[in-house]
Design a protein around this ligand. Structure first.
Ligand SMILES: CC(C)(COP(=O)(O)OP(=O)(O)OC[C@H]1O[C@@H](n2cnc3c(N)ncnc32)[C@H](O)[C@@H]1OP(=O)(O)O)[C@@H](O)C(=O)NCCC(=O)NCCS
Length: 341
């Protein structure tokens, strides 16, 4: 039994398997769009964006660079770290709200790019919470002995659904991808527990009205700007803080660990004020929080994956450290995970 926990929900104790993150990787496109660039596009200022969100710049994919391209690049980096070849991958799950096209799944397009011909592949849509949802699904397949090696990707080209004339939203988002390889391994790197939640009653706080079966693409839907995301910023903000807090509390309670034992907290990177409010109410010290949204903005399903990769690469997380991931997104959806790195 892991001595760090009085009552760990680490399933290896009774099932004889653990689900470990054995590789992590990320990719962001080359082009950088700064707040000063945005000042030339809409009525905004660097000062407003920085003080209200913490964002300084974001990366924007090239016209001919798709969500699948970014996802595949992040995946290759995660596979390299894990020492996994394409033919070892059993399943690919891609969390995204900006698939290359409505169908087929972006996961299938990435399967082709990687040459992972043995792998089953599907997309998952839980908006900014997608990466944690995908981690939990991957874990379930591994614990049930269905699969041994699962590739989880969060990838977004949010610039393709951003209304570049709406200052309320266009300053917030960026493009990028993060990926993880999950495998059945010994205790180290264990994914200890994951919590997920949703509230469809609040689905109108953050959504894209057009392009689905309700309002398929027409000349009117394009003229009405229905193919861009819309958001009630203030309400979304309030719900984000509450949901992230309760998800974090839930996973900490399950593992019976105090927030002080967490080496690094990686929250969804949407707004610095949301992150600070969550950190403060959890009783975390500022240095426990990992923040990189100043460089990338909100990259939705890619956000915590990119942050986790950076935290590991920069030495903020080392072997054996406890990491708390917390997410929130449209749906509404939310989730949290405790990982022993
Ligand atoms: C969007 C957000 C940054 C706005 O910050 P806020 O403090 O709530 O600001 P408000 O919405 O009260 O807007 C205040 C004013 O700033 C204006 N404003 C909005 N965007 C602006 C911009 N980019 N530049 C300058 N002014 C802007 C508004 O029009 C409003 O003006 P008004 O008072 O004249 O109407 C904030 O609500 C937020 O981060 N919400 C959550 C977003 C999020 O996390 N979404 C993703 C979840 S996964």
């Amino acid at each position: 039994m892991n001595p760090k926990f009085k009552n760990p929900r680490a399933k290896h104790n009774f099932i004889g398997r653990t689900c470990s993150i054995t590789g992590i990787g990320s990719y962001v496109p080359q082009k950088v769009l700064t707040n000063h660039d945005l000042e030339k596009m809409v009525d905004t200022s660097d000062e407003w964006i920085r003080s209200r969100t913490g964002i300084r710049e974001r990366h924007i994919a090239a016209k001919d660079e798709w969500t699948s391209d970014m996802g595949a690049r992040a995946a290759q980096r995660a596979m390299k770290m894990a020492g996994v070849t394409a033919d070892q991958i059993d399943l690919i799950i891609v969390a995204t709200i900006t698939p290359d096209m409505p169908f087929p799944a972006t996961a299938c397009l990435i399967q082709k790019q990687l040459g992972a011909r043995r792998a089953a592949a599907f997309d998952l849509e839980a908006a900014c919470s997608g990466f944690i949802y995908a981690l939990e699904i991957a874990q379930q397949f591994i614990m049930s002995r269905t699969y041994d090696t699962v590739l989880v990707i969060g990838a977004e080209k949010l610039s393709s659904i951003t209304d570049w004339t709406d200052r309320n939203t266009c300053v917030l988002f960026g493009d990028g991808a993060g990926a993880a390889i999950l495998q059945n391994r010994d205790r180290a790197h264990g994914l200890l527990t994951v919590a997920m939640g949703a509230d469809g009653e609040k689905s109108d706080l953050l959504f894209m009205p057009g392009g689905g079966s309700r309002r398929p693409a027409t000349r009117e839907s394009v003229d009405g700007r229905l193919h861009f995301l819309r958001m009630e910023g203030k309400e979304t903000f309030k719900n984000a803080v509450q949901a992230m807090l309760s998800a974090a509390d839930e996973v900490l309670r399950r593992c019976e660990i105090d927030i002080g034992k967490i080496k690094c907290i990686i929250p969804h990177q949407a707004n610095q004020r949301i992150i600070e409010a969550v950190g403060q109410r959890l009783g975390a010290r500022p240095e426990q929080l990992f923040i990189n949204l100043d460089k990338y903005g909100n990259t939705s399903a890619a956000s915590v994956a990119i942050a986790l990769d950076e935290a590991v690469a920069s030495g903020r997380i080392s072997k054996g450290d406890l990491v708390l991931l917390i997410v929130f997104g449209a749906g509404l959806t939310w989730g949290a995970a405790v990982v022993e790195w």
